[in-house]
Design a protein around this ligand. Structure first.
Ligand SMILES: NC(=O)c1ccc[n+]([C@@H]2O[C@H](COP(=O)([O-])OP(=O)(O)OC[C@H]3O[C@@H](n4cnc5c(N)ncnc54)[C@H](OP(=O)(O)O)[C@@H]3O)[C@@H](O)[C@H]2O)c1
Length: 198
């Protein structure tokens, strides 16, 4: 059986920062729309995508906007407190447990199209090293921001590929901040999927 894969999506500034005080370091409305559109996009309208995130990322989303709508939300935590979350949020103790659960639960397996890792640092690091990793959807923010949370080093087995047709190319600008969308593909050495090329 082919193992379920995932992609990552992140916005990173020039000093590798992704967050500060539980929030994003910048206010880029269109970039947030890109995140929302990309993680919601399905080719089969009967299916949904999954977003997997660490506990701090989940609680960093404004209360009115979480769980992230139209997506299956999984929160990673080693100290699950179900009472802190609505019933439709799934809690998992590790990224691999989350992926196995998605592969094993028939009722989920049949309705899932894509799986997205949406932060924070630890989940991103583990995800990029995993043979399940497909792509990294990156927004390069062309400025330095004060941050307390940083993106791990991108391993050397990621290479840039052309953008999807629905993603804007070239320099984007909002509130005087420039940024660029990129997609990086992880190269695999054919150990997953029984030797399939990726
Ligand atoms: N720029 C971007 O694209 C972007 C994207 C996402 C987040 N952010 C920002 O990044 C910050 C949050 O990220 P963060 O790295 O500080 O925290 P985080 O990863 O969201 O949350 C950390 C917590 O999640 C749980 N966790 C994380 N990885 C786990 C794993 N592999 N297995 C089990 N539990 C795991 C643990 O929870 P317990 O302590 O409960 O065990 C851990 O304390 C915020 O500022 C947010 O706004 C930015």
């Amino acid at each position: 059986m082919n193992k379920l894969k995932f992609s990552l999506i992140v916005a990173i500034c020039e000093n590798s920062g992704i967050g500060i005080k539980g929030d994003l370091p910048w206010h880029l409305k269109n970039e947030l729309k890109h995140f929302s559109r990309t993680t919601k996009k399905v080719t089969d309208s009967n299916k949904k995508n999954v977003v997997i995130m660490g506990r701090k990322t989940y609680f960093g989303v404004p209360e009115s906007k979480r769980p992230l709508p139209n997506r299956i939300n999984i929160v990673l935590t080693r100290n699950p407190v179900p009472a802190d979350y609505p019933d439709d949020v799934i809690l998992c103790s590790s990224l691999e447990n989350a992926m196995k659960m998605l592969e094993e639960k028939e009722e989920l397996k049949s309705i899932i199209e894509k799986v997205w890792i949406v932060g924070g640092s630890e989940a991103y690091k583990e995800a990029m090293a995993s043979p399940r990793c497909d792509r990294l959807y990156l927004t390069e923010v062309k400025a330095k921001f004060e941050c307390d949370t940083f993106f791990p080093e991108i391993p050397s087995d990621f290479e840039e590929i052309p953008l999807d047709d629905d993603i804007a190319s070239g320099i984007q600008e909002e509130n005087g901040v420039q940024y660029v969308y990129k997609i990086l593909q992880k190269r695999h050495n054919n150990t997953l999927n029984g030797g399939d090329k990726n």
